[in-house]
Design a binder for this molecule. Structure first.
Ligand code: GCU
Length: 621
């Protein structure tokens, strides 16, 4: 049970790192626990300019305007207006069309369905009410893929990575009225990006998550961490980090339902750690997703959150939640709700729809593939008693030899952990999906695993590995990957009966997985068009998919150390790789629901299997 003791050490180490970064520079990668803070929303209608030749960014000699001492008024980020009748200006945001934020552009207008390139977004707004001494931050939930951000013509910075939050401090940079926020969004794919050029999901571009302004006092609560760090002794410990502290500031920590009220003192880095006994704590579990109100205050700032307390660990091949064996009745989920023509999940209601569908077959676990999902999804899962696997898009053939690619992956990993480190539902950080084994790949991922553990040693590490067959016996499937020794749970994707032989092949496979660790199957499945029926051997029928599920679940249930699975996938989703007319039509049809929520026959096979597993489950609370 080494994990818990390290938890407390982790909390301090983690803070030391942030404290250092806080001193060095207020970079956009510093945490900003924004979800529960009062904020001024900048969501809604934004003016846009579709700019495939980046005419608003480069001059005709292909030199970036924003590297000129005085940028030309032709630079779109200056949001210039025609001053005289003779003034030559070839753009005008005020007269341009608009898009809704948050939201991908692909499904808001047919013109942008396949578009990969630059779209300029512009929002004008008045400064929120604030005291002279207050500080103001501009927060983005996520932008896919690259964002160049400008405020009143001044560049705030560049963010790369399509699925993690970032922010800029804009204190004293706002006009009282009519501020111009311009964002150049570019969703072009690149070989050395994360993900790389090839994926099996739609490359939705845009400001796909919320944008808001957060005003805080001069010294404010930048970050906090709280977790159950000892199950045996019911010890809760963690830390608080102030920004702007000189040292000595008092911090109040309250957990009313646990009769906890502590006064902490910040050190010179603004850091304070805490630990308390919670003998009567109700442990968070899928059966009892108990959340406690946590209130942190210091000086003029206060921050609240709802936090679950639980432990996750492994013992040999057993997975333990709160010290008791648990079976993960899972499903893989993309962040797409296309029931009414949409694309990327853009609000909590759409996230709720997807998670309700998961509950429909007695799931207690969601694999949020293949990138960090929006915060609503994670918090709703936590409220609903769904455990979470969270993943960065180190997917397929990443450029393992490129240091910038590694730094990009590490930044996305850190931002994912930063945002969700207080979410009890999140039990697994996943580093990669189906990445081909090579020395360069192993080096990259082993380095990433070490980074993940340095940021959070209280959760399990995994990755979706691949299987192969014994050279001397094609009926023995083997999971053997140099990365596995650096992971806590051996997870892998397998498609026997779909990409790999016909379903009858499943019946004659045995598995060789020689690790003394829990075994989780992170993907299996096959396409079926809802309503397409036929003989069990007719591909793309519901009957084919149903039979595949029956055979696969029987095979997996026989694996020693089998602790759960997240079949591919909850619902049909758009993919630029799926072109079969009348069956796929730009959709990957491996959902057990159609994208409009119709249950396919495989749904009932999975529900039946999970009902049985739930029946055998001892409760974990
Ligand atoms: C892979 C991959 C998924 C993909 C699936 C499929 O396992 O991880 O992203 O969608 O197979 O081919 O449907």
């Amino acid at each position: 049970m080494k994990r818990f003791l390290l938890g407390a050490l982790w909390a301090c180490a983690c803070l030391a790192q942030f404290a250092f970064a806080a001193q060095a520079s207020s970079t956009t990668e510093l945490p900003l626990q924004a979800y529960t803070r009062a904020a001024t929303s900048l969501n809604g209608e934004w003016k846009i300019i579709v700019d495939p030749y980046e005419n608003g960014y480069y001059n005709y000699r292909y030199e970036p305007f924003d590297q000129q001492a005085t940028p030309s008024q032709n630079a779109y980020f200056t949001d210039s207006k025609q001053k005289t009748p003779g003034d030559l200006l070839e753009y005008d945001f005020d007269k341009s069309t608009s898009l809704q934020v948050p939201g991908d552009w692909n499904t808001q207008t047919d013109k942008l369905y396949y578009y990969e390139g630059t779209v300029w977004y512009r929002k004008t707004f008045d400064a929120p009410k604030a005291k002279k001494s207050d500080r103001t931050f501009l927060y983005f939930g996520a932008i896919n893929y690259r964002a160049d951000v400008y405020l009143n013509g001044k560049k705030l910075g560049v963010h790369v990575g399509g699925f993690t939050p970032f922010h800029y401090e804009i204190t004293n940079q706002l006009n009282d009225k009519n501020n111009s926020l311009v964002v150049k969004v570019d969703n072009k794919r690149h070989a050395d990006a994360v993900p790389t050029l090839n994926t099996d999901w739609w490359n939705y571009g845009g400001i796909t998550r919320e944008v808001k302004l957060i005003t805080v006092p001069k010294t404010f609560i930048r970050d906090y961490k709280i977790a159950l760090t000892s199950l045996a002794d019911k010890i809760v410990s963690g830390s608080v980090l102030l920004d702007g502290a000189k040292g000595g500031e008092k911090i109040s920590l309250k957990v009313p339902e646990l009769n906890i009220q502590q006064t902490l003192t910040a050190d010179k880095q603004g850091k304070a750690t805490f630990s308390f006994n919670a003998d009567n704590v109700q442990l968070w579990s899928p059966e009892n997703p108990k959340l406690y109100a946590v209130q942190i205050s210091s000086g003029a700032d206060k921050l609240g959150d709802s936090v679950g307390l639980r432990t996750i660990s492994t013992q040999g091949k057993t997975l333990l939640l709160n010290g008791k064996p648990i079976f993960l009745r899972g499903i893989s989920v993309h962040e797409e709700y296309s029931a009414h023509g949409g694309g990327r999940v853009k609000n909590a209601a759409e996230a709720q729809h997807l998670l309700n569908w998961a509950k429909g077959f007695n799931a207690n676990f969601v694999r949020l593939a293949h990138y960090p999902h929006n915060e609503d999804m994670v918090r709703l899962a936590e409220q609903m008693g769904l455990l979470v696997w969270s993943e960065i898009p180190v997917y397929w053939t990443i450029n393992w030899n490129n240091e910038a690619t590694y730094q990009n992956a590490e930044t996305q990993l850190a931002a994912m952990i930063e945002r969700d480190k207080n979410r009890a539902a999140v039990i697994i950080w996943s580093l990669a999906n189906e990445t081909p084994v090579s020395d360069a790949r192993n080096k990259f991922l082993v380095r990433l695993a070490a980074k993940a553990r340095s940021l959070d040693n209280t959760r399990l590490l995994s990755a979706a590995l691949e299987k192969h067959y014994r050279a001397d016996n094609e009926s023995i499937a083997v999971v053997e990957d140099p990365l596995a020794e650096h992971l806590d749970m051996v997870s892998f994707n397998q498609y026997i009966g779909w990409y790999d032989g016909a379903p009858e092949k499943i019946d004659r496979i045995t598995w060789e997985i020689n690790y003394n660790k829990p075994v989780f199957i992170s993907e299996f499945g096959g396409d079926a068009r809802a309503g397409n029926h036929g003989d069990v051997n007719k591909i793309f029928t519901e009957e084919f998919q149903e039979n595949l599920y029956v055979k696969t679940l029987k095979m997996l249930d026989g694996i020693d150390g089998f602790v759960g699975t997240s079949p591919w996938i909850l619902t049909d989703f758009r993919s630029p790789r799926r072109h079969l007319p009348g069956i796929q039509d730009d959709f990957n049809r491996k959902g057990i629901y159609s994208n409009t929520g119709e249950k396919k026959k495989a749904f009932y096979v999975l529900k039946n299997f999970y009902d049985k597993k739930a029946g055998n489950q001892t409760t974990n609370n």
